[in-house]
Design a protein around this ligand. Structure first.
Ligand SMILES: [Zn+2]
Length: 276
């Protein structure tokens, strides 16, 4: 069976296979134009590939709107809404009111993708704007009692400091690339860490050290589709059907079966996003 596009969310749910790993892709950009040629086919085929749930985080207003539309249309999809740090050009404070309005939709389960990216943005003004919007969107997440999905690239200390300034926020550092020390602080704060196909790359030593230490109930899995395709499939467009490689990698590190890793990370994701 596969997910049909149903007018009402309930009738074709659950349509996933009863056996085998059941995966929750907590971060995939199906609103991306990389899926324009065949989005419906890819989404319709996910159930047969063991994928039961997907969260699509927006990166600006159009992509947040599209994430909500996809979540309205596909019963296994949920949306997050927010401004990604690389998408702040021309964005002003009042634009956050539109994020607030979108977040009222029942299929929106988080504020994201927000955060800091110092890899692509080097100038001090651009970085200051990123910090201001990250801070403001964490406040919005606190106010709306939604979790935050945080992107941190080459900005570990600032990302952590701003998160710590929001004691009532809860969130996930996605595609986690920090150290074990930073992971310990995040776990103490009750935050989650999520891992992409980058944990299957040859240079993944640091992420594997983090995973070795990290308590299982703080781990979520994601593809960050269409990016971050795991080994040995690099070079292809990523989709949620590759999530088993991340579950397999975590399972090896934690001494679990792939099914167990899939089940625990599914439970973690449902708890985090408050998905029944
Ligand atoms: Zn992303």
């Amino acid at each position: 069976m596969s997910h049909a596009v149903c007018p009402e969310p309930q009738p074709c749910w659950p349509a996933v296979k009863e056996t085998g790993p059941i995966f929750f892709d907590t971060h995939a950009h199906y609103d991306s134009d990389a899926f324009d040629p065949d989005r419906d086919q890819v989404l319709a085929g996910l159930a047969d590939r063991g994928v039961a749930l997907v969260v699509d985080p927006g990166c600006d207003l159009p992509s947040s709107r599209m994430a909500v539309e996809l979540a309205e249309r596909w019963p296994f999809m949920y949306a997050a809404v927010g401004f990604h740090p690389e998408n702040l050009e021309g964005v002003e404070r009042p634009d956050l009111d539109q994020i607030r309005a979108l977040a009222a939709h029942p299929r929106v389960k988080a504020i994201g993708e927000i955060g800091l990216d110092y890899y692509w943005v080097k100038d001090p003004e651009g970085r200051a704007k990123q910090r201001a919007f990250y801070d403001a969107q964490l406040s919005l997440a606190e106010e709306l009692d939604l979790p935050a999905i945080v992107h941190d690239r080459d900005a570990h200390q600032d990302c952590l400091d701003i998160a710590r300034a929001h004691p009532n926020a809860r969130g996930v550092f996605h595609c986690y690339a920090g150290s074990v020390e930073e992971a310990k602080i995040l776990v103490k704060m009750g935050w989650m860490l999520s891992f992409t196909g980058s944990i299957t790359f040859k240079k993944a030593r640091r992420a594997l050290e983090v995973l070795e230490w990290l308590p299982m109930d703080h781990i979520m899995l994601e593809t960050d589709s269409p990016y971050m395709t795991p080994e040995p499939f690099r070079g292809r467009r990523c989709d949620s059907g590759y999530l088993w490689r991340m579950a397999e990698t975590v399972a090896q590190i934690k001494g679990l079966t792939t099914e167990e890793a899939a089940r625990v990370t599914m439970e973690n994701g449902k708890r985090f996003f408050r998905i029944p």
